[in-house]
Write a protein that binds this ligand. Sequence first.
Ligand SMILES: [Zn+2]
Length: 468
Amino acid sequence: MKRAYLVAQSFSFLLVGGGCSAGVPSAAPRAEATPAEYRARLLDADRLEVRIRDGSGQFARLTIEEGAEPFVEQLQAAERDGALSDVDLGRWPVDVPVCKAACELRYTIDLRGIAQTFRNPQYGLAVGRDLVMPTTSFLLRPDGAAPSGEFVLRFEQGDMRYESGLRQLSDGSFRARLDDLPQAPYGVFTSAPVEQLSAGQGQLRAVLIGPEIALGTEARRSWIREALADVDNYLNGYSVSPLVIVLSDSGDSVSDGYSLGNGGTSVLVGLGRQIPQEELERDWVMTHELLHTTMPSLASRHNWMEEGYATYAEPIARVKRARLTQQRLFSEWYSALWQGQPFPWDGGLDGTQSWGRLYWGGAGFWLAAELAVYRETNGKKTLADCFAAVAHGSRGIADRWSVERFLAVCDAGLGAAVVRPLYEQLSTKPVTLPLAEYFALLGIKKKDEGVEFFAAPLSGCREALFAP
Ligand SMILES: [Zn+2]
């Protein structure tokens, strides 16, 4: 089964040092400007009309997801309260000089055309009448890397609604930052019901796109609830409430999972309608993706930290709830962690793009950190205290953090500078981890099949991982 993949953040961002007492950088406060306003309504099952009002001047040059340009059918603009006139769509990005001041825009866009072109739920996919599509694919946005200020998006809802992982206000509108739009959370035009699911302190919204699975509605909901309970239990609370879009397909397994933040929280997972009960109960993908939602997005060169976190914490979270045995966990680590070791041509972990380094190099980093945490805190803390401090000190994947801020909050949660020194070592230089030594210290020995445990200097660390 393919490991889930976190969509790369293709842009960087600035964090301005603030006056946080913990010495943690935070975004500088900025004057509350009127947000750009989008109003959208479906004209029919395929086409959307969007009206924009903006006073910031940033809509004088417009862009949209690459590949969606031909589906913008008509664009009109006017100064505020003026008469609309056509804008030439011959060249992208599109110049709209009238929007250098307060202006209004109106356009229609062929959503089904986008879906039929991309055929990918991360950009656009038609499933019967439903259209799986993030706002990124259908909202015109200011061109350029870092537009400032927020936007609000209101839908005139008919029998087809727009559901999105974007932050939603009590009046049903969505609100996020304009610089979230280039990679905004997943969403879907649908008439399918949204299910509110909860486990422990955790809550989420789920929507099934496509026919129900053969095992039935309750089995599908239970699959999500169990994963939610894993994460809630591991982090001592789960507060991000994502939209989880489950796309049913004709297969018999859980297929690719994706998580995406930037102004909200969303998960997209493929689920085969013929999946057997035991396969559904054994699934790790949903736990992996929900773990992703609890960690702020870092710049793309640190993707290994995000993938490593989800890869490392997912089996521990499942063992803690007796959904996986320690035997199976350590057997897998025994046979898989070496894939994260550097080859002669590799550099440090920062910037790595290789699958082995992203997932297992990242997981190995966190295992090394776990041992260091045990030693430095005399067994009083585990890495879960770092991850929980980050999860509860942020909006999870909805936020974009610098690695500096992440490390500061993580080590504050541990009460010791443990993870930062290790990061400084492994991020810039290729380091071959002494995995055999780690296993020996933890009291884990390979058998013909699986592993066995024995008393060793750090077997207390192994036990602490799974303590209630
Ligand atoms: Zn992942």
